[in-house]
Design a protein around this ligand. Sequence first.
Ligand code: NAP
Ligand code: MG
Length: 465
Amino acid sequence: MTTIVREIREQFNPARPSQCIGQVELLTIDETKDVIVAAQDAFEGWKNTSSVARGEILRVTADLLEKNIDKVAEIASSEMGKTKNEMLGEVKRGASILRYFAQEGMRATGEVLPSANEAKLLYTTRVPLGVVAAITPWNFPVAIPLWKIAPALVYGNTVVWKPSIESALTGKLIGELFEQAGLPKGVLNVVQGRGSKVGQVLLEAPEVKAITFTGSNSVGQSILDTAGSTNKKIQLELGGKNAAIILADANINQAAKLTIEGAMKQTGQRCTATSRVYIEEAVYEKVVEQLIEEAKKIEVGVTMGPVSSKGQYDSILSAIEKAKVEGAELVFGGGPTKGIFEGYYIDPTIFTNVTHEMSIAHEEIFGPVLAVIKVKDYEEAIRLSNDSNFGLSASIYTNNIPKAFDFINRSEVGLVQVNDETGGAEPQAPFGGMKNSSTGAREQGQAAKEFFTTFKTITIGTKSE
Ligand code: NAP
Ligand code: MG
């Protein structure tokens, strides 16, 4: 008999870091390898299960998720700090994602094509890849994993999922719901552990045919370096530095309200958060005033949660200090929330007089910080907003139809919004960015099929000589 000694990690609540909310056992490297083999062993059976039956399990999981909505939201909220309300919204979205992909099990996966030879039947079908590894961040601990796992499963792949260690308890719970829904053993495997250890095993395993990852650019790059040479299919959703443009003709109150929502929702820890706003000089003062009014309405500790960890807290505060040193003008917030003595709370923060050269105009902060930049006109706004290494999402606020269409045409991002904030995703629509924000096929909607399947082209001779 071998005794396995696993590392135990305690999870703490970022709203009350002295409170331990549970423990997770981290897998050893050998156990992770065994799990990958189990996923490989389960593949044949799952692939040969009808896609309608596979979809049905997703539908049942959606029901279970809704039934357990309070429990899931509570655990996730106390694990990564998002408010309970925000988390309830995310769990609902998780159920919609499962339902959308459940239906995929009933949709066509190929087409019949005309052949040059009238005696031939030429058609295509889509087949699964095999074992898919999903590596996910903590900031959407339910929705992001589900928008990877659900399509992977319905198209017939088996999955090894490594949730972020910072949302490990939520990950465990989601895994259990799939099990309760009747998913056969080995089809979805949750592996708990650090990215540098367990994650690394997934990148190197020959049985893993594809890696779908959401997280930081630095880890994304190392995935490309490690797994890129092994003929694995790779999908990366990385960072953003999303811009909003407010033109003089916009509805100013609405634009300011949505810009603050875009920047501060989920404490700014969304890859699609608004993090810089370009304002036409004719309305600059008026908009800044209104942005501050909107920021005042946020109640830290009530409508805005803490940031997720001590690491996030330190890194956001140091980005704020850097902005001050580089000469940006702090007009709201700017540090830890006063009067709250425990928890990683940071005030919603607004900097004005930001210039294009400052770090705050280019680097992702992933916190409740908005950079405000004055521009002469629309042309300057589109030029500066496009001058970024990232290309995830962007918004314009205007009532000028030609300018809105020009923006749709010229903005170098994957997600374009007109008169709405930069965030937001729906299961039926493709999600992802351009430039350094994404690599590989888009997620969600019909686009998900591109990543999680490959084609077979079939020719059948229909007449004998
Ligand atoms: P992260 O540090 O890159 O971690 C993401 C996942 O990768 C975690 O599960 C992590 O494990 C794992 N990981 C770390 N090192 C690894 C390695 N060497 N090999 C394999 N896996 C490894 O990102 P995060 O801090 O969780 O999330 C924040 C970032 O995610 C931000 O940059 C944000 O922009 C990005 N994001 C992007 C999107 C999008 O759709 N574009 C959405 C949300 C977030 P651990 O458990 O050890 O951390
Ligand atoms: Mg990280």
